[in-house]
Design a protein around this ligand. Structure first.
Ligand SMILES: [Zn+2]
Length: 395
């Protein structure tokens, strides 16, 4: 049907380990190897390419029409350590397949088509989605430790702020990605039309009790911060499930003081991270967590908001166009939110965004087992192609 798998495997020559995992850390030689492969293909398919200090690669295919804004496609080429073939690279391969097919079919778009291969989308010392944040002007020069971290990669803060582009000439941003969850796979569906990217809201929760001797302090006299925290976590987990099916809560870190086998914990600190499309749901959860905390009287709880990244919505019109393109391609598209962050997140602050998901086998991602069936990756690329053609027919 199309060559997206061939292209994806070509990119996958970069950073592949013998155990079948892929590691392309930001600014690493493996990352730039993937950039080189991608740039070569962009040029072969007729794009004019450029790179920036944030490590991003951009390909431009000039449109035939005058006064039309750019249709932008993007995704990332970096990976987590020992990640899979698909996360990020699949979206770049899908964009390349669009350009290849246009050339093969001898079609000339009226709109200029751009393809970004972003750097540093995954967690890294510069902060996640660094490449797309640089392009959208969302890297704050005041970000703590930014200058030192950049120095390690041979760059300066000024070089990064200069990466910002003007999006007044952009019509929209499209991103094709694996779901990284198990919804499409379990439902036996191939195409997800993403409605938005969920929020990330995180609180530092501290339980303050009294440290004391583990042998001489009877149970009824204890102010054990660990036990109190354990109660709060299990209760919060229950409430989260009761509020909404798609509301998630994760307590992923825990610190304990003094942290000794024979001392009752006097202080325990955890992070409570919650995500949902609607603010009202996360607001409700934190309100209930505060109420549970108030009801536990052996310790005092402190709850401080640390991260408050709001959800972003995909553009309703782009969702319609993607849905129609999927039906035209013989698929049954389903509308769904994205539980993971993407380069589309910073982009949404500058242009209307649309995202297409394909299934992840068993919902696995960020691991070597990450897998999407070849016919599914082809279906996703086909939907992206048809979406671009449909958008090109508009103003
Ligand atoms: Zn990704």
């Amino acid at each position: 049907m199309n060559k997206v798998n061939e292209i994806l495997n070509e990119i996958g020559r970069a950073g592949r380990a013998e155990d079948g995992s892929y590691t392309r850390a930001c600014y690493s030689p493996e990352y730039f190897e993937a950039v080189d492969i991608t740039e070569k293909l962009m040029r072969e398919y007729g794009m004019v390419t450029s790179r920036d200090a944030a490590g991003n690669l951009r390909g431009v295919l000039r449109g035939a029409g005058l006064g039309h804004k750019s249709i932008i496609i993007g995704s990332h080429l970096d990976t987590v350590p020992s990640g899979g073939l698909f996360d990020g690279a699949y979206g770049v391969a899908g964009g390349l397949e669009v350009v290849r097919k246009l050339k093969e079919e001898g079609r000339k778009l009226r709109h200029t088509l751009e393809l970004y291969a972003f750097n540093a989308e995954e967690s890294n010392p510069l902060g996640a989605t660094f490449g797309s944040r640089a392009v959208t002007g969302l890297v704050s020069p005041e970000q703590p430790g930014l200058a030192e971290a950049l120095k390690n990669y041979g760059h300066t803060v000024d070089e990064i702020t200069a990466c910002r582009r003007d999006f007044s000439d952009a019509k929209c941003y499209l991103e094709l990605h694996i779901e990284q969850g198990d919804y499409l796979f379990n439902e036996g569906l191939k195409i997800g039309v993403v409605s938005g990217i969920v929020s990330v809201i995180s609180y530092r929760v501290t339980a303050i009790g009294h440290s004391n001797h583990a042998g001489t302090t009877m149970m009824k006299n204890r102010h054990d911060a660990m036990v109190a925290m354990a109660r709060l976590i299990t209760e919060a987990d229950k409430r989260c499930r009761a509020i909404d099916d798609t509301l998630v809560l994760t307590v992923g870190t825990i610190k304990c003081w003094p942290g000794s086998e024979n001392v009752i914990p006097g202080k325990v600190e955890c992070t409570f991270e919650m995500r949902h499309m609607e603010k009202s749901k996360t607001d409700e959860l934190i309100k209930e967590i505060r109420e549970i905390a108030d009801s536990i009287d052996t310790v005092k709880f402190e709850i401080v908001n640390m991260i408050n990244k709001g959800s972003v919505s995909c553009d309703a019109h782009l969702m319609d166009v993607i849905g129609a393109a999927a039906k035209e391609a013989g698929e049954k598209p389903v509308v769904m939110p994205s539980g993971a962050g993407h380069d589309a997140n910073p982009m949404a602050h500058r242009v209307p965004i649309g995202m297409i998901f394909v299934p992840s086998k068993d919902g696995l991602s960020h691991c070597p087992e990450e897998w999407t069936e070849p016919q599914d990756t082809e279906a996703g690329a086909e939907v992206l192609y048809r979406t671009v053609l449909a958008l090109d027919a508009e103003d």
